[in-house]
Ligand binder design. Structure first.
Ligand SMILES: Cc1cc2nc3c(=O)[nH]c(=O)nc-3n(C[C@H](O)[C@H](O)[C@H](O)COP(=O)(O)OP(=O)(O)OC[C@H]3O[C@@H](n4cnc5c(N)ncnc54)[C@H](O)[C@@H]3O)c2cc1C
Ligand SMILES: Cc1cc2nc3c(=O)[nH]c(=O)nc-3n(C[C@H](O)[C@H](O)[C@H](O)COP(=O)(O)O)c2cc1C
Length: 773
């Protein structure tokens, strides 16, 4: 085959040498506009894992790179006068120039033709090529030429950064945060050869402009950074790479995703590789890794399918299929890390103490979890756990094992919880006339025995017409009150758990079938009239609700208050107001479901008016010493709907009205929502609300193991974790998770103690067997 790589960065060079090595009869040319020793940038960094796959694919190149790189294990934080260090992180740093020279030498040794100082304008300059690799970087001309095929989606991010170097040799990956009169700057610093370190300075656009950096030339910008980081630089200079610098030298990162990566131009197959296909923010330092992995995968696919022209189309399809998965994973992690640095000033640096700030920074991509940190640096993590436990009011001896964060206690008003896990409200559709029965006693009782500190009953409706389905629970009459009393008494007498009630009104999502007969489908018979903020049906064929009148509002408030009084009499420990998921109160909050033109529609203040009236009335009827939470849909997942920014505004309003906790759920407001699911997918909304609005939060959604919960609580992304489906699968979820992570402090019900030793021994044996394999 005749192969041309347009662009001699890591992607083009590495692919060229791999293909030549695998199949020496290929004719391969790399065309690069720069001179061989002429490149932008300072050092690049990648993980030990990338080095391992390079060793496998071309041991010679890997060995030369290994001779030249700087390896380090430590990460150091400089923050508020503190210096905090952890180890075990395993990175390698190498000068970009050095790395490219190694790849160039290896290409030449294998017989790849290298053409320098040739600017390519089009792929059609190589009509005899069978395969053209568009490895021409983030501003790829080839991609632009076929933009209608590749459909690039480039999002320019708000932060500004400048990529500098210094001759100070740092012995750890160092993050330095400095506050000025206008806000925060951060430096990402790592050494990449014997005498030089990369020094990237980053800040928000607002702070950048407030300092007039947009009007400064390069020299003035560099002088500004030298003064700001003088203490860290310790007399050393910051160096610029003049050829690379454009304009003021401050850049914005562009996040790139393409619809498709290959195209046949009539003569040759053209394929995107590396930065021309996708970008990942430097906050997790993975751009070079992605380029290298792309090159390896494409070469691997040729090896599998055969190195002839006939396999090119199939190979390109397979390459894209395989790489897309990994690229999406890294881009997700990079996005989390990038967003962390975009909001770090106000959200974390101004609020968190250095210990927790460090933890939050280390877990910023959400790829490194609590137990990962333990594997990397056990001593540091245990110290952190000890610090965290002390903050939660536990005395931990300096040699005893500290409890993991999810097993620390939490107090709100007079409610004491012995850990941070709650069973999330879950409708069971198993009541008749709203009355809890034996099913509910066993269901909630089993979960109260299962280790969670707080059990929530399902959405409990304040009137017959407030129900979602005929099987929903209620609290509007004495029979229901008596039946609930039995459950609450069981929990209080027989378990260490506390129990909460979630009060709600279904609004336009009412009068539907139980879940297993058709979720959200209207009842065929025996239904009831619906009310909502506006007269909009949930599904096209749902019953149309009546837009609430003032009289309706007064009646509903009275129903909530009556149910609250009953809940207080029964002795529930906490009350949650359900203002999420498109039910009545949520229908007021979302502009998608509230199109009113009176004082209950329009602005945030107006949309929140009725839900706040209900909340205030409930709060007044609820014992002062007992807390309340409010569940919000913190994202409508639909254009024109509420976003986490809107949710933060509502959270602030409920906090000001006396809510103690905001329970951060999302969606279910409109049926054609487009949620983006994934592990901990709603936790960022909790994080935002907790750390920007300074109100305690509950995180919920796809939190499915102790490791997740520990990471969330430790990083301060939430105060409690609500866990729903895992508790349906396993009533003793918390007890089992404690055993899995070897935490001995979780109590078992005394009646079940004889099972404990056997359960823990089986787990230990399975872990030992897995380790031996
Ligand atoms: C501030 C910053 C820090 C970074 N830090 C890291 C890090 O620590 N670790 C990491 O892995 N990655 C890092 N990256 C990303 C990394 O630089 C890229 O992701 C990586 O170089 C991608 O490799 P590539 O071969 O696809 O593209 P590039 O390295 O951009 O190579 C493209 C090549 O094509 C050439 N070219 C472009 N157009 C033409 C043309 N028309 N004709 C001929 N030649 C052309 C260019 O001169 C260039 O040499 C960082 C990036 C930035 C901006
Ligand atoms: C069967 C079922 C019923 C639910 N009922 C309610 C409910 O009554 N009130 C509520 O606020 N959320 C309800 N939810 C949502 C859960 O509380 C939780 O927010 C959601 O399942 C995400 O958490 P998970 O990933 O741990 O399951 C329900 C979820 C399930 C699976």
């Amino acid at each position: 085959m005749r192969i041309v790589c347009i662009g001699g960065g890591p992607a083009g060079l590495y692919f060229a040498l791999l293909m030549k090595r695998l199949h020496p009869r290929h004719e391969i040319t790399v065309v690069e506009r720069n001179r061989p020793f002429d490149t932008f940038g300072w050092g690049v960094v990648f993980s030990d894992a990338t080095m391992q796959s390079m060793q496998q694919w071309d041991p010679e190149t890997a060995a030369t790179i290994e001779d030249s790189f700087n390896h380090w294990d430590d990460i150091e934080l400089l923050f508020k006068g503190r210096r905090i260090r952890t180890t075990g992180h395993g990175f390698v740093g190498i000068g970009r120039k050095r790395m490219l020279n190694i790849l160039q030498d290896r290409c030449l040794a294998l017989g790849v033709e290298l053409v320098f100082e040739r600017e390519v304008s089009s792929d059609t300059e190589f009509p005899d090529a069978d395969l053209i690799i568009a490895s021409d970087g983030v501003n790829s001309r080839i991609r632009a030429r076929y933009a209608d095929v590749f459909k690039p989606d480039m999002v320019v991010r708000p932060n500004r950064y400048i990529w500098l170097g210094t001759d100070k040799r740092f012995d750890a990956f160092t993050f330095d945060f400095r506050k000025t009169a206008h806000g925060w700057f951060q430096a990402h610093i790592y050494r990449f050869d014997a005498s030089t370190s990369t020094f990237i300075v980053e800040t928000t656009d607002e702070v950048f402009k407030a300092h007039g950096l947009d009007k400064m030339d390069q020299d003035a910008s560099i002088a500004f950074c030298e003064t700001l980081f003088a203490e860290t630089l310790d007399g050393h200079k910051l160096l610029s790479n003049a050829r690379h610098l454009r304009g003021s030298a401050w850049l914005n990162f562009g996040r790139l995703i393409c619809d498709t990566w290959s195209h046949f131009n009539g003569r040759s197959h053209v394929v995107l590789m590396g930065d021309s296909a996708h970008t990942a923010h430097f906050a997790i330092g993975s751009g070079t890794k992605l380029a290298i992995d792309d090159a390896i995968e494409l070469a691997r696919q040729f090896d599998l399918a055969g190195h002839g022209r006939g396999s090119i189309a199939e190979v390109l399809t397979r390459y894209e299929e395989v790489r897309r998965v990994d690229v999406a994973r890294i881009q997700n992690a990079a996005r989390n890390a990038m967003e962390w640095f975009e909001v770090v000033g106000q959200r974390y640096a101004d609020t968190l103490e250095p210990e927790q700030f460090m933890y939050s920074m280390l877990t910023r991509s959400q790829r490194i979890s609590h137990e990962n940190l333990r594997l990397r640096d056990k001593a540091w993590l245990e110290n952190f756990e000890r610090w965290f436990a002390q903050r939660a009011g536990i005395e931990v001896s300096s040699n005893g094992p500290p409890p993991p964060p999810m097993f620390t206690p939490y107090k709100v008003r007079d409610l004491h919880l012995h850990n941070r896990i709650m069973v999330s409200p879950m409708a069971m559709y198993s009541a008749v006339d709203g009355v809890p029965n034996d099913f509910h006693l066993v269901h909630l009782g089993a979960r109260a025995d299962g280790g969670a500190a707080l059990i929530f009953g399902e959405m409990t409706c304040v009137a017959p017409e407030a129900r979602i389905t005929p099987g929903c629970l209620g609290l509007w009459n004495d029979e229901q009150e008596r039946a609930w009393q039995r459950i609450v008494d069981y929990v209080h007498r027989h378990t260490p758990a506390k129990i909460g009630i979630q009060l709600g009104h279904a609004g336009r999502k009412g009068s539907t079938r139980v879940a297993w007969e058709g979720m959200d489908e209207p009842l065929a018979a025996g239904g009831w009239p619906l009310i909502s903020a506006s007269a909009l049906p949930y599904l096209p064929h749902s019953d149309v609700p009546r837009a609430m009148t003032r009289a309706d509002m007064d009646r509903v408030i009275a129903e909530f208050v009556a149910a609250t009084r009953r809940a207080a009499r029964i002795g529930f420990d906490i009350l949650e107001l359900h203002a999420a998921h498109g039910y009545l109160l949520s229908s007021f909050l979302s502009p998608l479901t509230n199109i009113r033109d009176d004082e209950y529609g329009g602005s945030h203040e107006n949309r929140a008016r009725f839900p706040l009236e209900v909340f205030r009335a409930v709060r007044a009827a609820w014992p002062e010493a007992k807390p309340t939470s409010v569940r919000l849909s913190t994202h409508d997942w639909f254009d024109g709907g509420n976003t986490p920014e809107d949710a933060a505004i509502f959270a602030r309003m409920f906090k000001d009205a006396g809510a103690d906790l905001i329970d951060c759920s999302s969606g279910q407001v409109v049926n054609d929502q487009k949620p983006v699911y994934g592990r901990l997918y709603q936790t960022p909304f909790s994080d935002k609300i907790r750390n920007e609005e300074h109100v305690a939060t509950i995180a919920v959604g796809a939190i499915s193991e102790a490791d997740h919960a520990n990471s969330i609580i430790a990083a301060g992304r939430a105060d409690l974790c609500a866990i729903a489906r895992p508790h349906l699968a396993d009533p003793s979820f918390v007890i089992h998770e404690a055993a899995k992570i070897g935490f001995a402090g979780q109590a078992w019900p005394k009646q079940y103690l004889s099972a404990r030793a056997q359960y823990e021994a089986n787990l230990a044996r399975a872990a030992a067997e897995a380790a031996a394999r």
